[in-house]
Design a protein around this ligand. Structure first.
Ligand code: FES
Length: 111
């Protein structure tokens, strides 16, 4: 089991859920009603499943593939620890994973 912690776009609302090893983060998020569209259903063709992973967890995940990196380049509000939720599978070793919803309207950078 992995304890998945979803932080809403506001940075404050937190939802925790136990998810079994082997589950895909995108599916867990959608089952919880988190706002991830996942339009392409994991084909790495949409980037609507973009999440921001907590820095300490990011380093414990397998690295993103080149395809995933390319897709992330197109996502809004990308950070250094951004990942595509359709490319993250939970494992027992992971124990816990915290991710934040990137949102769409709070990027005031560059103004
Ligand atoms: Fe489309 Fe993840 S669901 S890239």
């Amino acid at each position: 089991m992995t304890l998945v912690r979803f932080i809403a776009e506001d940075g404050e609302t937190v939802r925790e859920v136990d998810a079994p090893a082997g589950a895909r983060l995108l599916d867990v998020a959608q089952a919880e009603g988190e706002p991830l569209e996942g339009t392409c259903e994991g084909q790495m063709a949409c980037s609507t499943c973009h999440v921001i992973v907590a820095a300490e967890d990011f380093e414990r995940l397998p690295r993103a593939s080149e395809e995933e990196e390319d897709m992330l380049d197109l996502a809004a509000n990308v950070t250094r620890t951004s990942r595509l939720a359709c490319q993250i599978w939970l494992t027992d070793e992971l124990e816990s994973l915290t991710v934040r919803m990137p949102g769409t309207v709070h990027n005031m950078m560059g103004r």
